[in-house]
Write a new protein. Structure first.
Length: 214
């Protein structure tokens, strides 16, 4: 039986017990790297025209986002599984750069194209592709495009549940304004682990259904 979102959130809290500090450090590192890139673009590339600085920043973002996503998802998936991942796990996506990069670029294109049509198709696409990096982390044989297709198949019938879970975190993100966004240091790992548990739940049902069909 599938877990409720309330059960998922409770399990995420338990999984993060004694691991909050390490997870916060991992996510703080990623945020610091992103801010550093913004700083370099703004102050160190001021000899370039604004349009060229923007292009450079976009290219850098496209290159590093996929690998970082894979590493961060892998790190928090390990926490959800009650493991003790190493800090450097957050960089594992760069050792699997090709798959992470292709998965990110393709999902970005597909989602953006649907957003151009209407907001709702874009949201549906984002929900369909929510499991990509978990799948890549678990299955080293799948290509980026295959992970996208598998994520879409696994999410069939689960989009509404993930949407409501995401709304919870959106509400908490808004509330973090009152903490000057310091609360995000706890909210970000909390959301990653919760999504990891959601993935584990969906994966279990998906594999059980495949066994029955076969």
């Amino acid at each position: 039986m599938l877990k409720t979102n309330k059960e998922i959130l409770k399990e995420a809290e338990l999984a993060l017990n004694n691991k909050w500090g390490k997870s916060i450090l991992v996510n703080f590192t990623y945020i610091a790297i992103v801010l550093l890139i913004v700083f370099v673009k703004k102050y160190e590339l001021n000899f370039l025209d604004t349009i060229y600085r923007d292009i450079i920043q976009i290219v850098i973002s496209l290159i590093i986002t996929g690998p970082f996503c894979l590493g961060l998802y892998k790190y928090h998936l390990s926490i959800a599984r009650r493991e003790n991942p190493a800090y450097v796990t957050m960089f594992d996506g760069f050792r699997d750069f090709k798959r992470a990069f292709i998965a990110y670029i393709l999902s970005f294109i597909y989602t953006t194209l649907r957003l151009f049509l209407l907001i709702i198709p874009g949201i549906i696409a984002a929900l369909n592709y929510a499991l990509i990096y978990f799948i890549l982390s678990d299955d080293k044989e799948l290509t980026g495009s295959e992970a996208i297709l598998k994520s879409k198949n696994m999410m069939y019938g689960h989009r509404k549940r993930l949407f409501y879970l995401t709304l919870r975190f959106l509400g908490l993100t808004i509330l973090s304004i009152f903490t000057l966004f310091i609360g995000l240091l706890w909210l970000i790992p909390y959301s990653y682990v919760a999504y990891s548990i959601f993935y584990e739940d969906v994966k279990k049902q998906y594999e059980e259904q495949r066994i029955i069909i076969e």
